[in-house]
Design a protein around this ligand. Structure first.
Ligand code: NAD
Length: 477
């Protein structure tokens, strides 16, 4: 049992109420920890501390900010396995492979963010009045509120926090109530690496009770949030009351287009990998697969057999494909989406049942009607919908029949058809020859439509976490 408080001004302390809440391991549903239960009073204290931390941190030379982030990356590279592997497996339900991927990606994100600390470029431009000069400077926002999700609790937190810190901001982090231990460890790592303690605050707690007072707080200057579209809409509306800069990375219903020149077995393997990683609890998972008529039957046969071969078992076994859903609510959600789709006429290709505990079988529905939740809302669980399409134009039209627009994949060897699809699909990224779940620390990750606003990664994060200012001066006669 791990016991922790909150991280206030970089120091672990009890929540002001003295209350704690339990951390549950999804694999066993047993209590594995207790953490401080943050509330409005803790948020007040954290924002105050962060304002102090901002003055110190933003005043440092860029090379000193870069050095601290490189130290954080080095610590993560050397000690990531011993500090985070068990937490990722036990607290968030990751397999050992996914946990290792997250740790390595976090190292990469921290190194990339370190580089951005020295690249707060802006420009000069010719002033129309020859007696005047103009320049543009880029400045950090101030105190950034970070609200993070449970599904990749280390990497996605780093993706927001690492780049915000690189740009010179101070942080108040409200991690998912499902995964506070990982976030507290991450906060401690930044302080250990040399980010001023006051600039790093991690306040565990619940959405409305702890996240609400944070995003409404008059002392914050920006919000970075990764989570569901429902929460994003709420936070977005609150942030707009103060015209805050906001980066909102939200849900998805990503399409994978399978065109008939692609091998059915290879397409099925890619579709299964893109959907069932981390039990489908991936924002970019290809939960809608649109298959050209010519290979539909062969693809479905291959997909059924690929799904039925996925090994589900011990999360610490490197062969295991995925672990449990995060909690009982997530289990009930997949069951209800599946039930509605079957009632309305979809058919079950494979799966459809609990494997054990909170682990759900890889499940594929064929011909899901478009008005079903399984088709048009995020299930965030191992549920894939497959439909046949007549041709590429229909595939594009069906892919775009979604309010979301996070990512997409197009399986084809035909450059013209692949690029035509890439240009026409309404989403923040499109990957040809791959499934939609792709990450890269430099890429602009983000969504169209209900998948969010803003972009994260490399220089695109720097743009989100800084303000531009035009400065001009009169030279005189
Ligand atoms: P969630 O929306 O339930 O919670 C996200 C965070 O918001 C949590 O920390 C939660 O406590 C907080 N929150 C909830 N209500 C709040 C409120 N009223 N005020 C302030 N904070 C509040 O999301 P989740 O279930 O933790 O994560 C899964 C979701 O995240 C999925 O929808 C997934 O698609 C999305 N996601 C998106 C991306 C992306 O890059 N676009 C990446 C990963 C996950």
């Amino acid at each position: 049992m791990i016991e922790s408080g909150i991280l206030l001004a970089g120091i672990e302390t009890a929540a002001s109420s003295g209350e704690t809440f339990e951390v549950i391991a999804p694999a066993t549903e047993a209590v594995i920890g207790k953490v401080g239960r943050g509330s409005a009073a803790d948020i007040d204290a954290a924002v105050l501390a962060a304002r102090e931390g901002f003055a110190e941190w933003s005043g440092l030379a860029p090379k000193d900010r870069e050095a601290a982030l490189l130290r954080a990356a080095d610590i993560m590279a050397a000690e990531g396995e011993s500090r985070y592997l068990d937490l990722l497996i036990d607290e968030s339900g990751s397999t050992i492979n996914k946990a290792r991927f997250e740790i390595n990606y976090t190292v990469d994100l921290l190194r990339t963010a370190a580089g951005e600390a020295r690249r707060l470029y802006a420009e000069t431009f010719p002033n129309d009045n020859p007696q005047r000069m103009s320049m543009v400077v880029r400045q950090p926002l101030g105190v950034v509120a970070i609200v993070s999700p449970y599904n990749a609790p280390l990497a996605l937190l780093t993706k927001m926090a690492g780049f915000a810190v690189a740009a010179g901001n101070a942080l108040v982090i409200k991690p998912s109530e499902e995964t506070p231990l990982i976030a507290l460890e991450f906060g401690k790592l930044l302080v250990e690496a040399g980010v001023p303690a006051h600039a790093i605050n991690v306040i565990p707690g619940f959405g409305a009770e702890c996240g609400g007072p944070l995003v409404e707080h008059p002392g914050i200057d920006g919000i970075a949030m990764t989570g569901s579209t429902e929460t994003g809409k709420r936070i977005g509306a609150q942030g707009m009351q103060r015209m805050l800069r906001m980066q909102l990375e939200l849900g998805g219903k990503s399409a994978l287009l399978v065109l008939e020149d692609f091998e059915p077995a290879k397409a099925a393997a890619i579709a299964a990998a893109g959907m069932f990683n981390h039990a489908g609890q991936i924002c970019m998972a290809n939960s809608r697969v649109l298959v050209e008529q010519g290979i539909y039957a062969a693809f479905c046969d291959e997909l059924k057999s690929a799904c039925e071969k996925l090994p589900l078992g011990d999360q610490r076994d490197t062969a295991t494909a995925y672990g449990p859903l995060i909690n009982r609510r997530a289990l009930e959600k997949i069951q209800s989406h599946q039930r509605e789709a079957l009632d309305k006429g979809a058919t079950l290709l494979t799966g459809g049942d609990i494997h054990g505990g909170l682990v759900y079988q890889p499940t594929v529905l064929l011909d899901t009607p478009r008005d079903c939740q399984a088709w048009c809302r995020e299930t965030f669980a191992p549920l894939m919908n497959v439909v046949a399409v007549a041709d590429l134009d229909e595939a594009i039209a069906v892919a775009n029949d979604s309010e979301y627009g996070l990512s997409a994949g197009v399986l084809t060897y035909n450059v013209q058809r692949g690029l035509k699809a890439a240009r026409a699909i309404h989403s923040g990224s499109v990957h040809i020859g791959m499934h939609p779940f792709q990450s890269n620390a430099l890429a602009p990750i983000g969504g169209f439509g209900l998948s969010g606003i803003g972009r994260s990664g490399g220089q695109y994060s720097t743009e989100e976490f800084t303000e531009l200012k035009w400065i001009s001066f009169e030279l005189g006669d």
